[in-house]
Design a protein around this ligand. Structure first.
Ligand SMILES: NC(=O)C1=CN([C@@H]2O[C@H](COP(=O)(O)OP(=O)(O)OC[C@H]3O[C@@H](n4cnc5c(N)ncnc54)[C@H](OP(=O)(O)O)[C@@H]3O)[C@@H](O)[C@H]2O)C=CC1
Ligand SMILES: N[C@@H](CC=O)C(=O)O
Ligand code: NA
Length: 431
């Protein structure tokens, strides 16, 4: 039998445990595809003494990164530790030691992806990162292989499992935000610090990676406008439902006439939109290409085994490349210059909830301001606020530019009859 391919595993947490499990349990299938056994040679952890649910051969564990990175027998480093700067240094060391790298780390790839990919090419090494976006959905492969002949114009997705889980449970079960977040952490979807999940940063990192690949332009995290779900209230979810919408944290990367806009924000989608029926920790990515039209990819975006499937599939690709002698040949530098849209080039419909004085003239003051900004209503709802001389007005606008809407919102806050602008969201996926 051919000599085994040896893997150095960095991390044995939620994803690392899944990787070890798949390599062990699917050994026969892996061998069939790559023609030799796959063996985990060393595993870097923070604490060797930690009690592990799925006990792993203790002899393989180490707390010293150099023991893994400088082991001459190791062919491939699988990084499922997380973190950015320290991890980047470790992966640069691995590449300079001629080891291929597979990573699930979107934080790292969204910030230092270009440098790491360039280094990989320099050393004739592979660097794959399928698990970093939408966990088990083979979305990076779909962009770089399956849709490579097309020109992508729009990528729209639910790419964070934790927030989708939270919004689903809050909408369907009326659960509290804090309780559901705790559940998402226990189930292993949330990051160790879930701030990045709930504040939209995790999704923004994934959207930067998707936009870079989809538009072949160097889109960085700083180019993505981000808003999370921590201020989404039960009241907004109830109004959304009443008006026939579902609230989702949506990432949108859009390219029109060569100009790009990438954003992540809580968004209302019509209930019949395909992304509205993506529930719990599931992810989905909708892609529009000039030639192919609409495609949609659906699957588990987080969790141990789904994410590990993407990691081990990347490992299989590396091993196939090793057999063919083509490692380090698949990375393409972006071909397009990055040109970002300005606020008057970004269009959307909007939902606004206002608290207003419940008196004559309120409505005309508000409609006059909308008319001044040339923003028209698609839907309108007015309800009294119990026990107070106030009413709530909910408006869904027709499409307008971000610049116009921001201007309108600012002026609305200063109208005398408006007590407060309670919330506003983009509405996408309408006609
Ligand atoms: N969880 C998920 O569903 C998904 C996660 N990812 C990404 O995968 C990566 C791993 O995530 P996950 O498995 O959830 O993370 P965990 O926190 O569950 O596991 C991290 C592992 O790395 C080890 N580790 C962390 N820091 C160090 C260090 N400084 N030195 C040595 N070992 C260290 C830990 O050791 P010890 O066991 O001793 O504590 C642990 O085994 C992250 O980049 C994450 O964003 C991507 C997609 C989905
Ligand atoms: N915390 C992330 C894990 C996968 O990337 C999520 O919730 O999607
Ligand atoms: Na993926």
């Amino acid at each position: 039998m051919e000599e085994s391919v040896k893997v150095g595993l960095l991390g044995l947490g939620t994803v690392g445990t899944g990787v070890a499990s798949i390599i062990t349990r699917h050994q026969k299938e892996l061998q069939h595809q790559v023609g030799c056994p796959v063996e985990i040679k060393k595993v870097l952890v923070r604490n060797k003494q930690k009690l592990r649910e799925n006990s792993f051969q203790d002899a393989l564990l180490t707390e010293d990164p150099q023991e893994v990175l400088n082991d001459e027998e190791i062919d491939v480093i699988v990084e499922v530790i997380g973190g950015v700067e320290q991890t980047k240094e470790w992966l640069l060391t691995a590449l300079s030691n001629h080891k291929h790298v597979v990573t699930a780390n979107k934080d790292l790839m969204a910030i230092h992806g270009a440098e790491l990919l360039k280094t990989a090419v320099e050393y004739n090494c592979d660097l794959y990162y399928e698990a970093s976006v939408a966990g088990g959905i083979p979305i990076l492969r779909s962009l770089s292989d399956g849709l490579s002949a097309d020109r992508i114009t729009k990528i729209m997705g639910i790419v964070n499992g934790t927030t989708n889980y939270i919004l689903t449970k809050m909408s369907t079960k009326g659960s509290s935000y804090d309780d559901v977040l705790k559940q998402a952490q226990e189930l292993g979807f949330a990051e160790s610090d879930p701030t990045a999940d709930v504040e939209g940063l995790d999704a923004a990192r994934k959207m930067a990676i998707l936009a870079t690949l989809g538009f072949s332009a160097p889109v960085s995290l700083a180019d993505v406008s981000v808003e999370g779900i921590s201020s989404v209230s039960d009241v907004d979810l109830q109004y959304a439902e009443r008006l026939g919408y579902t609230m989702k944290l949506i990432g949108i990367a859009d390219r029109t006439k060569g100009k790009i806009d990438v954003s992540v924000r809580p968004t209302l989608l019509p209930n019949e939109h395909p992304l509205s029926s993506v529930h719990n920790e599931y992810n989905a990515v909708y892609i529009h290409g000039e030639a192919v039209g609409e495609t949609m990819f659906y699957g588990p975006g987080a969790g141990s085994l789904p994410t590990a499937t993407a990691v081990v599939s990347d490992l299989v690709t590396v091993m196939k490349n090793m057999r063919l002698g083509v490692n380090g040949k698949s990375v393409l530098a972006p071909m397009n210059e990055k040109k970002l849209k300005s606020a008057d080039e970004i269009d959307s419909q909007y939902f606004i909830r206002l608290r207003v004085l419940d008196q004559t003239g309120t409505f005309s003051a508000i409609t006059a301001l909308f008319a001044e900004f040339d923003v028209s209503f698609e839907k309108l709802l007015q309800l009294p606020v119990e026990g107070e001389e106030l009413a709530e007005i909910i408006v869904v606008t027709h499409k307008t530019s971000k610049k116009t809407f921001d201007g309108l919102l600012e002026r609305l806050g200063n109208v005398e009859v408006v007590e407060s602008v309670e919330s506003s969201y983009c509405v996408e996926g309408g006609n």
